[in-house]
Design a protein around this ligand. Structure first.
Ligand SMILES: *Cc1c(COP(=O)(O)O)cnc(C)c1O
Length: 430
């Protein structure tokens, strides 16, 4: 028997995320990564222009993070996190609390973005139970939000294709639009009229990512948050994606004066190396769970809570992120994105490029060739063309976006930009 290829073996045993296996091309076997590049088994390289689903910030196989992981794995790989503690967990919490925008005092660890959100929602719901205010039982969220794929996280996400099959099992949520120039008064009156029945408001600050890279302004969000807070509703900032420099500042909430009570982190927290989630909360939240009555305990935890290797990776990633060079890289990408959008993208096939926008290291636009039947094909077509050019992109429908690791070189970014400029002509012939 001839040895079968990795993609043949994959087809036998693997079910991939967000993949329609009846239509999907065989997956590309990746054998190694280095900085912004991925290498396949045939020796081709691809610029990872979406940071491997938004997690990678310092590049692949970073030697500094790898070394810290190695050292930690040799010392303590894991220990149950109830009744025990360890240096990486405590130190990472200390360092996160020192840089988070807000009055956060405690970190609760989990192991991905969805669980960081579940923890936040459960904290907020039980907070009101513990305060003997069971009438505060509704949750407020934005339309087109995305907070994860577990049931609680799905419930507070915009309802659509991803959640359709589970609709009957999702809890009721009050959905509102993101703030813009026109709807401030309307949003405010909605919040005021439901205020005393709402436990918490969950939002992705400045950028609704999976919902279509929708960007909105800090000022509008701040106005809304003020009203939310006046109604004593707990605010949950989901910074799973926006955290760790993505929107140009360390956290998107830095540009929003009204701070959250709870903040969720994951994705970039370990630089994209290890699975880790973290939920920060204020002392007010934490204190509401202190009691001689054991029922007020927060009964939540995961087997891998505060995994020491993941926390060590988090510390290493923070070391890199807080270096002057990394902050300069983030600022440079931010500036280049703006220049690219204004000086070049707007002139390339203007009628096909819709709503070009950028925040920090992220740039997005919609593409249309006027033939709406083709919209669903555009994403897959562009992904394929990009791969042929040595670039990895993964459009969300007809929303094209880039979200590169901060270490992407000028030449690599220029190559990605040039590919984006070639798209109107490419899809014009589709
Ligand atoms: C990706 C994402 C999540 C879910 O994180 P997972 O680690 O994929 O479970 C939650 N919130 C936001 C804003 C995200 O972008």
């Amino acid at each position: 028997m001839p040895p079968s290829s990795l993609s043949d073996r994959d087809r036998q045993v693997i079910w991939h995320p967000y993949t329609q296996h009846q239509q999907a091309d065989p997956p590309v076997p990746v054998v190694r990564g280095e900085a912004a590049l991925l290498f396949d088994d045939a020796g081709n390289s691809y610029i990872d222009a979406i940071s491997s689903w938004w997690v990678n910030i310092h590049g692949h196989a970073h030697p500094y993070i790898a070394e810290k992981i190695h050292v930690q794995a040799r010392q303590l790989e894991h220990v149950i996190f109830t009744g025990f503690t360890h240096e990486p967990a405590v130190q990472l919490a200390e360092r996160l609390l020192a840089i988070l925008p807000g009055d956060f005092e405690k970190i609760f660890y989990s192991d991905n973005g969805s669980t960081a959100v579940e923890v936040a929602l459960k904290m907020a719901i039980q907070y009101w139970k513990n305060k003997d205010q069971p009438g505060r039982n509704k949750i407020l969220a934005f339309r087109h939000a995305y907070h994860g794929d577990t049931f609680g996280a799905m419930s507070v996400s915009g309802r659509g294709l991803f959640t359709e099959a589970f609709q009957d099992y999702l809890f009721d949520v009050l959905f509102i639009d993101t703030p813009d120039e026109n709807n401030a008064a309307e949003l405010k009156s909605f919040v005021n009229s439901h205020g005393n029945e709402i436990a918490c408001f969950i939002y992705e600050p400045l950028l609704q990512a999976a919902g279509g890279m929708r960007m909105y302004q800090a000022a509008g969000l701040d106005g809304l948050l003020k009203t939310v807070r006046e109604n004593h509703i707990l605010c949950i900032a989901d910074e799973v994606l926006t955290g760790f420099g993505r929107t140009g500042t360390l956290f998107a909430s830095e540009s929003v004066p009204t701070k959250a009570d709870i903040l969720c982190m994951s994705k970039g927290i370990t630089g994209g190396t290890m699975a880790l989630g973290a939920t920060a909360c204020t002392r007010e939240i934490f204190d509401a769970f202190l009691s001689d009555d054991r029922r007020r305990t927060f009964f939540h935890g995961h087997s891998y809570t505060a995994n020491p290797i993941a926390c060590a990776a988090g510390l290493a990633s923070l070391d890199l992120l807080q270096k002057k060079t990394c902050i300069e890289q983030i600022q440079a990408i931010t500036k280049k994105n703006k220049n690219f959008l204004n000086d070049r993208l707007l002139h390339a096939g203007a009628e096909m490029v819709l709503n070009p926008r950028t925040v920090g290291t992220i740039l997005a636009f919609e593409l249309t060739n006027g033939q709406h039947d083709y919209i669903s094909r555009i994403g897959g077509f562009i992904r394929q063309k990009a791969m042929q050019e040595g670039i990895y992109l993964r459009p969300l429908g007809n929303t094209i976006y880039i979200m590169p690791p901060y270490c992407i070189t000028e030449e690599q970014l220029e190559k990605v930009y040039r590919f984006l400029l070639s798209l109107p002509a490419l899809i014009g012939n589709l």
